[in-house]
Design a protein around this ligand. Structure first.
Ligand code: ATP
Ligand code: MG
Length: 391
């Protein structure tokens, strides 16, 4: 195995001031958490960087895949460890490394040296110059370009030597857990799983709530939501998922309110219930997959009417995304295939032919008055009987 370690680079955390260590520790813990799922890795935080030491036998692709799901990681550098850093041994081993990684292909390079061990008899500039010369002599396909090299070959001297040149992209963002907690309204559609992913990307822990309406919505529709929660949990960590039975509130709305207002009123009740669950669990925000203008219930007028029942911030990470942009993310994170399975969700059954696109808040509120105390009871019941799953 060429690589025995990974150097984890992070971008934004580096900008933090005094509490930078909080973010670094959180990132280390997150990296460890994701790697614990696949094997015994040691994750170390030292001198403003995070190192992963791999076990003797490990799967390279699986490891890179796991690391690429850790928010806060901006880049992943597979590292070749050279146990004996003595100069004569080092140059040959770095040469072998270059041979294995680049083979016969033409490339330009630059050597960068970092000497953490100041006792090491060769200085950093000498390492760069000597190593460059050696590599040029050994590889006719290599040329030096210090200004704009195709490859930066980094050699670090500690008690061992570390060599790396590849920089694989990480997902960016902030380590989950550093940004509080939000309650995601998770439906079986394309948008809300993406919204959950993007919320967690900023370091926010995610809980979720799904409203189902049996027998109008099936067990399979519910299972689809559980599956989606499971897919995004690969990034977010375990998700507490509330499944709220929304049938009775929905039927009452259907019976008492003007049909063109159904969706807005329903969405206002979803928000109210989500907010109650969120407050109970210490969430600081709700999160949805709404995008301006995508459907009647997502015009700015509709968002205004829906939002009016919320006292906590509502995160809408895909608010400005076009559908295709959301789909692109969904495909990349692996939710798309599941999202497009054709099971009905509760909104599609109770939708009006001509929903209002410019609801007036006062009018909506007046319609809701018709629901009376009966609705309060149904909402309480829905909250009380919510099923809680950990995914
Ligand atoms: P999605 O693809 O996320 O289902 P959508 O385009 O179908 O979104 P709507 O049905 O208008 O849009 O829903 C807007 C948002 O409201 C969703 O992104 C989701 O956050 C929330 N939502 C809708 N239906 C449900 C539900 N049954 N359970 C939980 N949240 C829901
Ligand atoms: Mg939907």
């Amino acid at each position: 195995m060429l690589y025995k370690a990974f150097l984890i680079k992070y971008a934004e955390i580096g900008l933090k001031g005094k509490n930078r260590w909080v973010f670094e520790n959180a990132l280390r813990d997150q990296v460890q958490y994701h790697l614990d799922k696949i094997g015994e890795y040691r994750v170390l935080r030292e001198q403003g960087r995070i190192y992963v030491e791999c076990p003797g036998q490990y799967d390279y692709d699986e490891t890179v895949e796991a690391l690429s799901k850790v928010f806060g990681v901006s880049a992943i550098c597979p590292v070749c460890v050279i146990e004996n850093p003595a100069w004569d041994n080092l140059i040959g081993k770095v040469g072998d490394f270059v041979k294995e990684v680049y083979g016969d292909r033409e490339f330009t390079f630059k050597v960068e040296a970092k000497r953490a061990d100041k006792q090491y008899p060769v200085t950093s500039p000498e390492i760069c110059a000597g190593m460059g010369e050696y590599l040029l002599g050994r590889f006719p396909n290599a040329r030096v370009d210090v200004r704009n090299p195709m490859e930066r070959i980094v050699v670090e001297i500690r008690n061992q030597a570390y060599v790396y040149s590849q920089v694989l992209p990480g997902p960016g963002g902030m380590p989950v857990g550093t940004g509080g907690k939000a309650m995601l309204l998770l439906s079986g559609g394309i948008d809300s799983p993406v919204a959950g992913y993007l919320t967690a990307k900023r370091g926010v822990c995610v809980e979720a709530v799904y409203f189902h309406a049996p027998p109008y919505t099936s067990e399979r529709a519910k299972q689809k939501v559980i599956d989606l929660a499971r897919i995004i949990s690969a990034y977010t960590g375990p998700i507490r998922l509330y499944v709220v039975n929304f049938t009775d509130p929905q039927l009452l709305i259907y019976e008492k309110c003007p049909h063109e207002e159904l969706t807005i009123i329903m969405r206002r009740y979803m928000m109210r219930i989500a907010q109650t669950l969120a407050e109970k669990d210490g969430c600081m925000a709700l999160a949805t997959g709404e995008s301006i203008g995508q459907v009647a219930s997502q015009t700015l007028h509709s968002l205004y009417a829906t939002n009016a029942v919320c006292t906590m911030p509502v995160l809408r990470p895909v608010i400005s995304y076009d559908k295709q942009e959301i789909v692109t993310v969904a495909e990349r994170i692996g939710t798309y295939e599941t999202s497009i399975l054709p099971y009905e969700d509760c909104c599609t059954i109770f939708v009006a032919k001509h929903p209002v696109t410019k609801p007036v808040l006062k009018v909506i509120e007046r319609s809701e008055e018709r629901l009376g105390e009966e609705m309060e009871k149904l909402v309480e019941e829905a909250i009380r009987t919510a099923e809680v799953l950990t995914v």
